[in-house]
Each structure stands twice: as structure tokens, then as C-alpha cells.
Ligand binder design. Sequence first.
Ligand code: SME
Length: 160
Amino acid sequence: MFTFAPTHGQPKAELLADLVESARALIDGEPDGIANMANVAALIWQFLPDLNWAGFYRMVDDELVLGPFIGKPACIRIALGKGVCGTAAASGQTQLVPDVHAFPGHIACDAESRSELVVPVIRDGAVIAVIDLDSPSPARFDDEDARGIEALARAVANRI
Ligand code: SME
């Protein structure tokens, strides 16, 4: 059993830093990428409030394929450049979307999603996956969340 848990009411910067450190500890020494993505998705869900989907899409043969996640069943394959995830994967840039309805080509996997944060996971200069967070609240994510999840992506890049 693992006992990583957020402290109630802690400042967001601390919460995000704790999330990253917990992820490092959880995946340290474990070579199985699927197990690590599953545990990191669960950790994100446990640490971050107000989410309706959290997980990974993996780059497989130049398209994104659904990986371990928490939330409703989601679209399985996303072409590069399509939707928020495909845009993050194609550009290698974090996508912070305060209003998913205003994002051209957004792919609605869960009709409840209102805002989204997608961060590429980069290894040896290549995008190998993205971390996707959805929220039912508009503008749920800000730059601090983006920097925090980018730190998480760097922490997991060699373990997924
Ligand atoms: N909304 C994403 C698709 C994935 S789901 O949110 C889980 C997109 O536009 O790429």
C-alpha cells in the first residue's frame, strides 16, 4: 500500500511540488511503463481537485493512443495535430485551454469537460506521450498548474 496524500488546504505550488515528488518516489526503480502511468494517473486524481479526467495518451506509430487514465472511457486514437492532445503532441508545447468550446477541433470525450491542460512528455527530444487533464470547471488550470504538470512530465519521462 502507498500512502501518498495531499495535505488539506496547502498552497497550490506546494501541492504540485508534492505531486511531483510523490510520483518520483512511486515510480522509482519500477521499469514497467504501464504500471507507472497507471499509478501517476491515480496520483494526479488523488492530489488535484476538480478534475473529471486525468491520464496519458502515448505516441504509437505517429499517432496518440489512449493510455492509463482515471475518468470516463475516452477516444482511443487521436491523430497528430487534432484536438488539444494532438496539438500538444505535434507542437511539443503545453496546451492550456480555459474554454474547450473555444478551441477549434477540440475532441469532446466527456461532455462535462469545460477546460483542459495537456502537457507533452519529452524524452531525448521527442514527444513520447502527453498528460491530459480535464475539468468540469471553466478556466480550472493556470500557468502554475502548467509548470507543475510540466515538472511531472519531466519526472516521468524516463519511466514510462
Ligand atoms: N479533449 C481531448 C481528447 C481527449 S479527452 O479529453 C480525454 C482533445 O481535444 O484532444
